[in-house]
Design a protein around this ligand. Structure first.
Ligand SMILES: [Zn+2]
Ligand SMILES: [Zn+2]
Length: 228
């Protein structure tokens, strides 16, 4: 455990993430210090708030139904997305916040990379948010909704869903690789901050681990070829 403390204490990285990112529910801890990555199921859990069903990973008794009940008991209803903080679907080393259908799937640095990529290809290819509108897919209300418009919309939603599933698959692959590079052997559950700190060191010799290259890694994995 001494090594874990050293990681955290020496991680004065000045990466500018400051104190922003506190969940709106008043959670008192910085999520990247608090959230740990379970080396068994690869889900996030909170050590300090482990009694709350909403912050347990699957192998610590976390479940969709348990989370739903937790919200209902406190707020009377459950949001569409209940994780509060989750790992970025592209780099699998940074956090993204959301407890609604407007939740982000990718972290801020990755969003910026994706936005530039979308501008360069002139299309929304990489899903960045949970709501279809965040990914350029919507059905305009009004007089022009005919069968053809509905068909196009349905096709676009299906395609979006496939791409989202691909990103979830990729996140698992990238996370396993990241944990391996960070030396997280089975039983060592790193905090997200510890993972990032270790990866920054490892990225000096392996560019694949650099967050800045996450989008390129994903595009390579899906076999995307630039037309230029
Ligand atoms: Zn677990
Ligand atoms: Zn990211």
């Amino acid at each position: 455990m001494a090594e874990l403390h050293r990681d955290t204490d020496s991680s004065t990285d000045g990466d500018g993430d400051g104190d922003d990112g506190y969940p709106e529910d008043g959670e008192e801890l910085r999520p990247d210090y608090d959230r740990r990555i379970c080396s068994t199921c690869y889900e996030l859990y909170s050590k300090s708030r482990g009694n709350d069903a909403v912050w347990r990973c699957s192998c610590r008794g976390g479940s969709y139904e348990g989370r739903r009940q937790w919200y209902i008991e406190r707020y009377g209803s459950a949001p569409d997305i209940m994780e509060t903080w989750s790992l970025c679907c592209l780099c699998a080393q940074d956090l993204t916040f959301g407890v609604s259908r407007w939740s982000w799937l990718v972290c801020q640095p990755c969003r910026e990379a994706v936005t530039k990529f979308h501008e360069s290809v002139g299309a929304f290819l990489i899903p960045i948010g949970a709501h279809s509108l965040m990914n350029g897919v919507g059905l305009q209300s009004g007089a022009n909704i005919d069968n053809e418009a509905i068909r196009r919309f349905t096709k676009a939603i299906r395609s979006l869903s496939i791409r989202w599933t691909l990103m979830l698959d990729w996140r698992r692959i990238a996370l396993v690789r990241n944990l391996e590079a960070a030396g997280a052997h089975p039983g060592l559950n790193l905090t997200v901050r510890q993972l990032r700190w270790r990866l920054r060191r490892a990225a000096k010799t392996d560019a694949r681990l650099d967050q800045a290259n996450a989008l390129d890694q994903f595009l390579e994995w899906i076999g995307y070829k630039s037309s230029s």
